[in-house]
Design a protein around this ligand. Structure first.
Ligand SMILES: [Zn+2]
Length: 450
């Protein structure tokens, strides 16, 4: 079912950039050998202020720690395997709380899997793996030590922002890419001025090309041309819509995987297509991902409505772009929403509590994950389109910057939402209508309101 694959595709994409107060510097020497599938790294973490002497970091389970020291003094540690997906936790007690001048050195080495045609059907974003002679690791693969500050979070979403400076060597690679910017040759240095939580690694046998719209990795010329004109059109639309020019730092990579149920993922600013044949006409997907330039990067989603502010707004922009191309472009999504509502929400609301299809009204959401996948990717965007129908596009564009400026992690996201509507002059009567029609229940009977 097209809808299903589209949804699954998106669900795996954007991992929460939870509000983390801390960041650190990560300096590393990384050595890769494609032929023997070896990877080793000498990492130094500094400029980090720890809250306690109990420190935890996480690493991919293909990697082993060979040395761990603080300011040159070896430290002992405990390895915890439970509760970590394709990874291990390392717990250590430091003699004192780490301050900005301390240097924690972690020397690691390991062997990654190498797959050829049809072998890697269980592939996903968290793997540290070479498919078809291209090694791929996202921040979710934990190919570098990721500090764990929130132990409540699932290992899938653990991230830590580093200002990184990584020197790489890979004698049998054609190109290496890390984080953002252009790929480099067999040897290179990658660094960031600002802390980044998604540090992606792509190394091995591939070519790349830069155009005005972005950087393309491992893509055919004809595909690049198609993608380029689509991205140009989306960028022009969003930049005009928001009056905020969109950057061109996007990395578009085609890294084929053998998992037939997987479409791709994003480690901002890299958008990765993992299908066997690159999909160059998926405007709904690309416009969603590019919208994260605004929702996720330019505007920071916060509060218990994190997923709504991140995903529903990105999908709302995507819908607007699609509708601008073709008035009926999202009718299928609309009908899917109605179908899901009838087949899932209503019976589930009555019978199950805690089911992931359960619909919790935005005003009642306590934990961020109560905004379920279907709510954040499908329903939320229609709620926003419905609201736009009431107040108009110009008012929506006035509202969005005010809303994100007002968002605070600790305040209920819905309170901020309604107060921000008031702030841009939406009347109490209209707010009441919006709440009644779109946010307190969702009974969209026809497509007409678009
Ligand atoms: Zn998204």
């Amino acid at each position: 079912m097209k809808f299903k694959s589209h949804l699954l595709f998106m669900i795996s994409l954007w991992i929460p950039v939870l509000t983390i107060a801390q960041s650190a510097d990560l300096e590393a020497k990384l050595t890769i050998e494609m032929e023997s599938a070896q990877i080793s790294g000498d990492f130094s973490i500094s400029n980090y202020e720890a809250a306690t002497t109990a420190l935890r970091f996480v690493l991919n389970d293909k990697l082993k720690v060979n040395q761990l020291s603080l300011n040159g003094q070896n430290l002992s540690y405990e390895v915890i395997e439970e509760g970590c997906a394709d990874c291990k936790f390392y717990d250590l007690k430091t003699p004192k709380k780490l301050t900005t001048s301390d240097i924690l050195r972690i020397v690691i080495a390991g062997t990654f899997d190498r797959y050829e045609a049809g072998e890697n059907v269980k592939d996903y974003k968290g793997k540290l793996v070479s498919n078809y002679n291209i090694l791929r690791a996202s921040e979710q693969s934990k190919w570098y030590p990721v500090i764990v500050e929130n132990r409540e979070l699932s290992s899938y979403v653990l991230k830590f922002p580093y200002r990184y400076a990584i020197t790489t060597t890979c004698p049998d690679c054609k190109h290496i890419f890390i984080g953002k910017g252009e790929p480099q040759g067999k040897q290179g240095t990658f660094q960031s001025e600002e802390a980044e939580a998604a540090i992606m690694l792509i190394a091995g046998d591939y070519d790349w090309e830069r155009t005005e719209q972005g950087i393309y990795l491992n893509m055919k010329e004809a595909d690049i041309l198609k993608m380029d004109s689509m991205i140009q059109s989306i960028r022009a639309y969003y930049s005009k819509l928001t009056s905020i020019p969109m950057g061109n730092e996007f990395i578009l990579a085609h890294l084929p995987s053998d998992n037939p149920n997987w479409g791709g993922f994003v480690s901002y600013p890299a958008i990765v297509d993992v299908r066997k044949k690159a999909k160059t006409n998926n405007a709904a997907f690309i416009s969603h991902e590019l919208a994260h330039f605004y929702f996720g990067d330019y505007y920071e989603p916060k509060s218990n409505l994190f997923w709504f502010y991140l995903e529903s707004f990105a999908e709302y922009f995507s819908h607007k772009y699609m509708l601008a191309q073709d008035a009926n472009a999202i009718e299928r999504d609309f009908n899917n929403l109605r179908r899901i509502r009838l087949t899932h929400y209503i019976p589930f609301i009555k019978s199950f509590k805690g089911n992931h299809f359960r619909f919790v009204k935005l005003a009642k959401v306590e934990h961020m994950n109560e905004v379920t996948g279907i709510h954040r990717y499908i329903m939320g965007s229609f709620q926003l389109l419905g609201m736009e129908h009431e107040i108009g596009e110009a008012k929506m564009m006035e509202f969005i910057p005010i809303l994100f400026q007002n968002l605070k992690a600790e305040e209920h996201g819905y309170t901020t939402f309604i107060n921000s509507l008031r702030e841009v002059g939406v009347s109490e009567a209209t707010i009441k209508t919006i709440e009644k029609k779109y946010f307190k229940r969702l009974k969209l009977k026809s497509y007409d309101f678009l």
